[in-house]
Design a protein around this ligand. Structure first.
Ligand SMILES: NC(=O)C1=CN([C@@H]2O[C@H](COP(=O)(O)OP(=O)(O)OC[C@H]3O[C@@H](n4cnc5c(N)ncnc54)[C@H](OP(=O)(O)O)[C@@H]3O)[C@@H](O)[C@H]2O)C=CC1
Ligand SMILES: CC(C)CCC[C@@H](C)[C@H]1CC=C2C3=C(CC[C@@]21C)[C@@]1(C)CC[C@H](O)C(C)(C)[C@@H]1CC3
Length: 424
């Protein structure tokens, strides 16, 4: 067997399959879109019960509104234009397997600001943003349809990509699994990077706009937005703005460096994030909560603590990976690995092995608490996110052990807890 054939053979047979392998790849694309529709429906129903039987699902006539695909495609089109604007700097991604580095525009925050200005103009002209509440289900249906169509396009075009441009785990030869997990690592049309574009722009900023729509709806119904709604909007907008302000850091995340671009990420970016991450806001439209100033202050403090840990730890690692001699990280204790890269064992990364996940989870809790304790639905994000991050931590751990071998074991002995100190 020639070396090329041998590599293909190894990838088809030995590649460890993620997310339950073929079964997961068949079930997730059916189950998760239904979950999105179910959760929106529950959040808008008077009972808001996730345990209700039969489960709450929108009726056929609620699924479609011709305005939804127009708004969605217009929104994506706007962000394509904003991505192409020659604003901000251009940054290099990490080195690819063939040694080359791709170039990425760092202008997502400009995109957010321009979207905010356009939205303010529309609101000034009397655009009924609160109508997004009624449009949520048809918009989600359109986003799901766009995710499926885009994933088919990505799968088909990946057969024209050279083998070094494929994700290591995405070329197993099983069409269902490869469609789901993504074959091509960095699919591009010219210089336009499809994965990088979807990761931070239409879905993430769309999430902020949907939240604002829920706030306007609440103001329409009750005269003014509630303190709970304001907190949820501010916390989640801070998260979105932070991601775009630190856009360059996304170039070193697992999604960009390691994962192929297939259904999982396309759907995650375009449908899952905008329509499930802000469920607290649509819940609050129908289920108003009263919040004392003291409770609100405690929740703000929790979100602040979570944000501080999340931001500081992500920035520390990013700085260390980009320039380990920088004064802010040069004094930290590290251990050497056989790859030449070093691992931090003091500072945030000496506290637990994933301090950034800890901060993210504290914020997730702070986003749900303004909704009170009467229903489970607002806590969906905390539960889902805990599962996602525990699973993600295990994937990362496997990859780091394969990459760093004994040095990774030494790091684990030195920093025994993964996410929660003394617990996990
Ligand atoms: N809101 C959401 O839905 C989601 C949010 N997130 C957030 O995204 C952020 C990024 O997360 P993610 O991409 O999963 O991974 P991380 O940013 O945690 O990166 C993991 C990588 O960091 C490097 N690393 C690990 N330990 C050390 C160390 N001690 N010293 C130096 N480098 C180390 C390794 O890569 P290498 O050594 O190769 O550099 C490892 O593969 C997190 O804050 C997370 O909470 C993530 C998923 C979903
Ligand atoms: C559909 C499945 C259940 C799972 C899909 C997972 C995706 C939704 C997430 C995988 C990694 C993500 C990241 C962010 C959003 C969610 C997805 C796409 C992120 C952009 C959120 C903002 C953060 O600041 C970040 C660090 C930039 C995140 C990067 C990872």
């Amino acid at each position: 067997m020639g070396p090329k054939k041998a590599l293909k053979h190894r990838l088809s047979n030995d590649t460890e399959r993620e997310f339950g392998g073929t079964l997961g790849a068949v079930c997730i694309p059916v189950f998760l879109p239904l979950t999105v529709l179910f959760l929106i429906c529950v959040s808008q129903s008077p009972e808001a019960s996730v345990l209700q039987w039969p489960p709450c699902l929108p009726s056929a006539d609620q699924l479609w509104d011709p305005l939804a695909p127009i708004l969605l495609l217009g929104w994506i089109g706007l962000h394509v234009l904003l991505y192409l604007l020659p604003l901000g700097k251009v940054s290099d991604g990490l080195a690819l397997r063939d040694g080359s580095r791709l170039k990425y525009p760092i202008n997502g925050f400009h995109g957010l600001c321009i979207s905010a200005v356009l939205l303010s103009v529309l609101l000034g002209l009397g655009a009924p943003l609160g109508y997004l509440f009624e449009l949520l289900v048809p918009l989600a249906v359109s986003a799901i349809a766009v995710s499926f169509l885009s994933s088919v396009y990505l799968y088909v075009r990946s057969f024209w990509a050279p083998s070094h441009a494929l994700a290591l785990g995405g070329d197993t030869g099983n069409p269902l699994y490869d469609f789901f997990i993504g074959r091509e690592l960095n699919p591009r049309i010219g210089n336009f990077d499809l994965k990088y574009f979807c990761e931070l722009r239409p879905g993430l900023i769309g999430w902020g706009v949907i939240n604002l729509g829920m706030l306007m709806k609440e103001a329409e119904l009750r005269g003014s937005p509630s303190l709970s709604m304001i907190l949820v909007n501010c916390f989640q907008l801070l998260y979105v703005a932070d991601a775009l302000w630190n856009e360059e850091a996304v170039l070193t995340t697992m999604d960009i460096v390691h994962d192929g671009f297939g259904f999982m990420l396309v759907f995650g970016d375009l449908a899952w994030v905008p329509f499930t991450y802000g469920l607290q806001a649509s819940f609050l439209v129908v289920h108003p909560q009263s919040l004392s100033l003291l409770t609100a202050a405690a929740i703000v403090a929790l979100n602040g603590a979570g944000y501080y840990i999340f931001r500081k730890s992500n920035s520390q690692k990013n700085q260390f990976r980009r320039d380990p001699t920088h004064p802010s990280v040069s004094g930290l204790e590290t251990i050497a690995t056989a790859t030449g890269k070093r691992l931090l064992v003091s500072g945030w990364w000496g506290f637990v092995r994933h301090p950034n996940y800890l901060g993210d989870l504290l914020m997730a809790l702070a986003w749900s608490l303004p909704c009170g304790f009467s229903h489970l639905l607002p806590y969906f994000y905390v539960v889902y996110f805990t599962v996602l991050l525990v699973h993600r931590e295990a994937r990362d751990e496997r990859q780091c052990r394969a990459k760093y071998g004994l040095a990774w074991d030494a790091y684990c002995r030195r920093v025994p807890y993964r996410i929660f100190p003394y617990i996990y």
